[in-house]
Design a protein around this ligand. Structure first.
Ligand code: B4P
Length: 192
């Protein structure tokens, strides 16, 4: 298996680049934000419990997202690998992910960390909010709260994987295709 984490703050291009990467490498895309929005749209109990957190720009509790990832991994045996997008977002989530993969004799092979300035993140998300209908993209205070959650709770995840030398920083500003080329260079280097 080849398991990749695409890491970065909200608006750094994780979702955008993931779509292109799964196509090129045949990985299964596991995006916790997308799964949560689907649960909300289907008005499931999980979705209803997550909605308030997401609308305030806060992280959804660890046990909820870890449970989602556990089912996804267990329901997809024999897969080439996973691309984790927006997960893990806390050190507790990373430890849980490492344990889930170890049960399958697998591990995280590479963490690609997109680097984007805060001003650019805010511009991109406000822009997306004009058309996406996403309640967490329309208000600058909520966007700032999401960036704050990232700095406090999510950035330590990079430290967790740096210990085993798995993190590679990639510039996340510039054209989508140029960034994609940089990401593929790092993946190809790791796989060869
Ligand atoms: P996510 O769905 O993961 O949302 P995101 O981080 O805002 O999106 P992403 O970073 O993928 O957006 P992209 O850059 O592609 O999470 C939403 C919420 O769900 C969280 O706030 C949290 O509440 C909850 N949640 C999700 N996972 C969780 C977890 N594991 N634990 C707890 N809570 C969790 O796109 C941004 C915009 O930039 C787009 O409009 C795109 O077109 C544009 N863009 C992309 N690349 C560009 C480039 N190179 N140049 C210019 N614009 C670009």
């Amino acid at each position: 298996m080849f398991n990749l984490i695409l890491f970065g703050p909200p608006g750094s291009g994780k979702g955008t680049q993931s779509e292109k990467l799964i196509e090129k490498y045949g990985l299964m895309h596991l995006a916790t934000g997308n799964i949560l929005r689907e649960e909300i749209a289907n008005k499931t109990a999980l979705g209803l419990s997550a909605k308030g957190f997401m609308d305030r720009g806060e992280l959804v509790p660890d046990e909820v997202v870890i449970g989602m990832i556990r089912s996804a991994i267990e329901n997809n045996p024999g897969i080439r690998g996973f691309l984790f997008d927006g997960f893990p977002r806390t050190v507790a989530q990373s430890v849980a992910l490492d344990n889930l993969l170890a049960e399958k004799d697998a591990q995280i092979d590479l963490v690609l960390a997109l680097q984007v300035s805060e001003d650019e993140l805010i511009d991109r998300l406000i822009n997306r909010g004009k058309t996406s209908g996403r309640t967490d993209d329309v208000n600058e205070n909520i966007i700032r709260a999401r960036i704050g959650e990232y700095e406090n709770k999510t950035s330590p995840v990079a430290g967790h994987y740096s210990k085993s030398d798995k993190v590679v920083k990639v510039k996340g500003e510039g054209s989508i295709d140029d960034i994609f080329n940089q990401l593929t260079k790092e993946i190809d280097h790791k796989q060869n």
